[in-house]
Design a protein around this ligand. Structure first.
Ligand code: DGL
Length: 279
């Protein structure tokens, strides 16, 4: 029997819409509920404990909407909070790190992989470990990790193909170029928007991995293997934010395209008491 409950997707803000976009394209008949925690973003500068607490609250809100699956679209939340969420959640939880790391290992030809992300993601070391796990058979595998915190603001500012962004990228990406990486994982929700500039700086022979595409394919596989596909009728798209819905829609539109998001509602996400889940 079809399961027409929605897929819940959350991020620290609007960046996760780049993942939602890929999910909609991979499984267009599935309803989705997106929550962006704009009121408390960014997560990339927060501590481990705070990221876990916020992510548990985001999950609690989505669970209340009776979703059939939760996608942690945020790389920072995936690296810090996936374990905590998957322990307490009774529906499948999908994170973005492993799909992105696997795609990078499958793509590299010279065994040199770059990871770019927020400070919190890079300092967790989780992404690098995932790449090393999938690439354990690659001789002399080299992984270069680089935090690029300013990229988030540049993406939100809409400076996707801009001189300032190019100069910033040149500075951040210098160690990756020096190491001769042939594959770069865009391990932050916002970075796919800067792909054109990043690609110009890295050069035409470097492959950029947009983990959103890999995540969408994992979502599709789990829907099939768990037998929770919808019948594709009455598909809905709902959007929630913890900040001003008008602001959310203004900044979010270019992330999603095709006239969305619409009808965004505000949620007070800090009302969810998650103390019992915290160590
Ligand atoms: N969504 C975050 C990520 O993918 C980027 C923005 C933030 O720092 O909250 O890591």
């Amino acid at each position: 029997m079809a399961d027409n409950r929605a897929i819940g997707v959350f991020d620290s803000g609007i960046g996760g819409l780049t993942v939602l976009r890929e999910i909609i394209s991979a499984v267009p008949g599935e309803s989705t509920i997106y929550f962006g925690d704009d009121g408390r973003a960014p997560y990339g500068t927060k501590s481990h404990d705070t990221i876990i607490k916020y992510s548990l609250q985001d999950m609690s809100f989505l669970k209340e909407q009776d979703v059939k699956m939760i996608v942690i679209a945020c790389n920072t939340a995936s690296t810090h909070a996936y374990e905590a969420l998957s322990k307490v959640c009774d529906v499948p939880v999908v994170e973005v790190v492993n799909p992105g790391a696997k795609a990078a290992v499958e793509s590299t030809r010279n065994g040199r992989i770059g990871i770019i992300a927020t400070r919190a993601t890079i300092s967790s070391g989780v992404y690098e470990s995932a790449v090393r796990k999938f690439g354990k058979d690659i001789p002399d595998l080299k992984v270069v990790s680089q935090a690029c915190p300013l990229f988030v603001s540049l993406a939100e500012e809409g400076w996707w193909d801009d001189e300032v962004t190019r100069l910033t990228a040149q500075r951040y990406l210098a160690p990756l170029k020096e190491a001769g990486v042939d594959t770069v994982v865009l391990a932050c929700t916002h970075y796919p928007l800067l792909a054109s500039t990043i690609s110009k700086v890295m050069g035409p022979d470097v492959t950029l991995i947009n983990s959103g595409i890999a995540v969408a394919s994992v979502v599709k596989d789990i829907l099939k293997s768990e037998d929770i596909l919808s019948d594709g009728k009455n598909t809905t798209r709902h959007f929630y934010t913890s900040d001003d819905p008008m602001l959310f829609e203004q900044v979010a539109a270019p992330f999603l395209g095709s006239g969305l998001p619409k009808g965004t509602r505000r949620v007070q996400v800090d009302k969810y008491d998650v103390k019992e889940f915290l160590c």
